[in-house]
Design a protein around this ligand. Structure first.
Ligand SMILES: [Zn+2]
Ligand SMILES: [Zn+2]
Length: 611
């Protein structure tokens, strides 16, 4: 081997970016090695497998190669199959067949079938299966395994099983493929059966089972599986943590995360963002702070998605200044998610003008807004009463950015008019929508109506008529509070356990003191109580946020802010009670409800009674 060839190969070994690859390529040209098929093959392989963004460069390199061999074809097919345009892989495969300089081998079929699987193209998959058959390669281990995966991805579990059964030799990868195929169509029973039949299992087999149970929402099975595992890796941990977090079981998600740290494992990006998202949803501020410290210490702070999750956690836990700090200090280029999350945070705290300012900054930074950015922006406008601006951005979205409004955008507009008391306009807007309004739109309109009920009885009647057939689903209300880094959940009207009992006793004392010292009179079911509140509760005194605040007063040390997260919109009576508590008990209370933050202090709320 010539010394310049060895030099190029060692450069390639340490090459991590496309830029340095281009330099090596230039060097290859200079030394005349560009005709060496071995080196060109290596270059191609590095572009498609080692670097993540270089498949286009690989393709152009391939086109400039006079007589590509099977290895080069296979490498390019493999890279393109995994790219965001797998159909290009098929183009190259067809070219390979047409030129028939070299006949496809088992690798060619394994790679090209991956493209068909990624495309979920059963037609292409069947044709390729036939071609593999004529080459006698369909029962080959690699080809057979990818055939099983391809049929699985396309939802043809019958064909997947048939191929699997006909394979002469099956390794663990083939078994894993057939189990994955069972889960793909939601067939847990067969997946379990195959898992039990496996003559040998590897970590992937266990992870596949774990992910399958999580996907089906069978968390108890997943947990059992997880506990049975003798070895766990990044994938196992993140699957279980994210699985529980997504299902709203925050305590369990936190528990597994703590166990991960105790285990001495290092959490990866997925576990971290998963557990942060659980914090954000549950309003677990203290835990979020601990995670932040951990992220800084472990040097994971450079990952954009982790930063975004951290920003979101702080903002949803009511600490906007920390959210802002994370946003300003983000090391890399901010992603569209970063911008949008910050805008949502500002909007939830009623800082609509600042959210709009941020939107303009984003436009200047040449990040193109998407549909979700506009939802945040319109939401910001409606929560700050900025009607004109809202209408302006609604048009801008359609005319300048060519984004077709979705039901959520219409919802924001109805909310915008409704909150400002322009009920007629809101109603007209709903009637003229090009897509049929869903129950959220109706609910928004109803919410607006009930706030302006005194002067606008007729509108409520009109809306009621329009929704006679639309049955609105009632969501049970819950509130969460964090005390000593433990999250407590309260459900409306339930007092089955000790915690609830404790909260209930405290609540009785509080309400009494509020009557005596604050002149509190409960709002017993206004006429519109039933439609204003989504939760069906027998009495306003049993609302979950009241229990949460009482529990907070009982357990938290003095001087601490009580932070509560509520899944529905706070009702008028609870709002009054929170204001009075902040006055009588000299406390600060932050409540995040479905649509915004309320900071209660000295007897008033930051929302100015406008929510
Ligand atoms: Zn209430
Ligand atoms: Zn408020």
């Amino acid at each position: 081997m010539s010394s310049s060839l060895t030099h190029c190969l060692s450069l390639l070994n340490s090459c991590k970016t496309l830029t340095s690859l281009k330099q090596i390529h230039a060097n290859v040209f200079k030394t005349g090695l560009d005709t060496d098929p071995f080196l060109v093959g290596k270059l191609l392989l590095h572009c498609t497998v080692a670097l993540s963004d270089s498949v286009d460069y690989a393709w152009s390199l391939f086109r400039h190669t006079p007589k590509p061999d099977v290895f080069m074809y296979n490498t390019l097919i493999r890279g393109l199959a995994e790219s965001d345009k797998p159909q290009n892989s098929i183009i190259v495969f067809i070219e390979m067949r047409k030129k028939s300089l070299s006949s496809p081998d088992s690798f060619s079929f394994a790679f090209i079938l991956k493209a068909a699987a990624n495309l979920r193209s059963l037609g292409d998959g069947i044709q390729l299966h036939c071609q593999a058959l004529t080459h006698g390669l369909d029962i080959h281990l690699f080809v057979g395994t990818t055939l099983v995966s391809m049929y699985g991805e396309c939802g043809c579990i019958g064909s997947a099983r048939k191929v699997f059964d006909e394979m002469h030799e099956r390794n663990v990868v083939a078994w894993n493929a057939v189990i994955t195929a069972c889960f793909r169509v939601g067939n847990v029973k067969d997946a379990r059966k195959m898992f039990d039949l496996m003559p040998f299992r590897d970590l992937t087999s266990w992870n596949v089972m774990l992910a399958g149970h999580v996907k089906e929402g069978e968390l108890e099975h997943a947990k059992k599986m997880f506990l049975e595992m003798s070895v766990r890796d990044d994938v196992s941990w993140s699957t279980i943590i994210v699985g529980f977090a997504h299902n709203g079981s925050f305590d369990e998600a936190f528990g597994f995360f703590r166990e991960l740290l105790r285990d001495g494992s290092r959490p990866n990006e997925v576990s971290l963002t998963g557990v942060l998202s659980a914090c954000a949803q549950a309003g677990a501020f203290e835990l979020g702070k601990i995670l932040h410290g951990f992220i800084e210490k472990s040097g994971l702070i450079w990952i954009v998605s982790v930063n975004n999750a951290l920003l979101d956690t702080y903002s949803k836990c009511g600490n906007l200044s920390m959210a802002r700090l994370v946003f300003e200090r983000m090391p890399d280029k901010k992603s569209i998610v970063s911008w949008t999350s910050m805008m949502v945070g500002l909007a939830m705290h009623g800082q609509g003008e600042e959210a709009i300012r941020l939107f303009h900054e984003m436009e200047k930074s040449e990040t193109r807004p998407d549909g979700i950015t506009f939802i945040s922006l319109l939401y910001a406008c409606s929560h700050a009463g900025l009607i004109e601006q809202g209408c302006e951005y609604f048009s801008k979205m359609k005319d300048v950015y060519n984004i077709k409004p979705a039901i959520e955008h219409y919802g924001c507009m109805v909310d915008l008019y409704g909150r400002a008391g322009q009920l007629q306009k809101a109603y007209e807007f709903v009637s003229q929508m090009p897509i049929p309004p869903n129950d959220i739109i109706w609910r928004t309109l109803l919410g607006a109506c009930s706030i302006h009920v005194a002067e606008k009885w007729k509108d409520v009647a009109a809306v009621r008529r329009s929704m006679t057939d639309q049955r609105l689903k009632k969501t049970p209300g819950w509130s969460m509070i964090e005390v000593n880094k433990i999250m407590y959940t309260f459900m409306a009207g339930k007092k089955q356990d000790k915690i609830m009992e404790e909260a209930y006793e405290m609540l009785k004392d509080i309400l009494l003191r509020l009557r005596v010292e604050g002149g509190y009179v409960p709002e017993i079911g206004t006429v519109l109580h039933d439609i204003e509140e989504e939760e069906k509760e027998d009495s306003v005194s049993m609302h979950s946020e009241k229990f949460a605040v009482a529990f907070g007063i009982a357990r938290l040390c003095e001087g601490k802010t009580i932070r509560i997260v509520k899944n529905l919109r706070i009702c008028r009576d609870c709002h009054v009670v929170m204001k009075l508590i902040s006055q009588v008990y000299k406390l600060e209370i932050a409540v995040r409800d479905r649509s915004r933050f309320h900071s209660f202090k000295n007897g008033s709320c930051s929302c100015g009674d406008y929510w």
